[in-house]
Design a protein. Structure first.
Ligand code: ADP
Length: 188
């Protein structure tokens, strides 16, 4: 596990399963229909039960780069923030900006609802094929900038990586320029 203080909030990297996280909200790597899929999405709906899908059906989908909130059903987390990352084509179709937007909108929604702790999976790096070495600095950099811009809102942002290689990619990014201490991340 890697942990850093970021403007008074904890930024953590762990290897694990997002569905077991007891943060106020977990983030789902959803698709635009919000009606379920494979990967993290399938795992969250399986673990959380049918209540989540029933609520998703009322939301009218979600555009890429945005996110929507439901309750957490049977999950330890009270809420699920369903974020839609981009499908990666070649990196020149707005994918980095849309990925950053999916993270930023998730954090905004958490704060709007008074939530203090959020766990993210690695959005878009599975079925959506975003190269993880490119995605990790975007993910972490977006979170760092948000925490610095909105101190006193969130107390914990945790990235829950499913495998050792994914965790290693995020550890590399956390040590890199996207998370430069000069941009507000204290060394820890
Ligand atoms: P996307 O369609 O946005 O690419 P995926 O669900 O296919 O989303 O994959 C996103 C990442 O989540 C991948 O790195 C995948 O290995 C990982 N993942 C899959 N299941 C879980 C889980 N239960 N907890 C955390 N991460 C998971």
């Amino acid at each position: 596990m890697r942990r850093r203080d970021c403007a008074g909030a904890a930024l953590e990297l762990v290897r694990g399963d997002i569905t077991s996280q007891a943060t106020d909200a977990i983030v789902n790597a959803a698709n635009t229909t919000l009606l379920g899929g494979g990967g993290v999405d399938g795992a969250i709906h399986r673990a959380g039960g049918p209540e989540i899908l029933a609520e998703c059906r009322t939301l009218g989908g979600c555009v890429t780069g945005d996110a929507k909130l439901t309750r957490g059903g049977r999950l330890p987390a009270r809420f699920v923030i369903h974020a839609v990352g981009p499908v990666y084509r070649d990196g020149r179709h707005g994918e980095p900006e849309l990925l950053a937007s999916a993270y930023r909108r998730s954090l905004e929604i958490a704060v709007e609802h008074g939530l203090r702790s959020v766990a993210f999976p690695s959005i878009s790096t599975g079925a959506y094929r975003f190269p993880i070495a490119e995605a990790a600095p975007i993910a972490l950099g977006t979170v760092v900038r948000f925490l610095v811009a909105r101190p006193g809102t969130l107390t914990l942002v945790r990235f829950v990586l499913f495998g050792d290689a994914d965790l290693a990619a995020y550890e590399t990014a956390l040590a890199g320029p996207a998370c430069d201490p000069g941009r507000g991340v204290a060394q820890g």
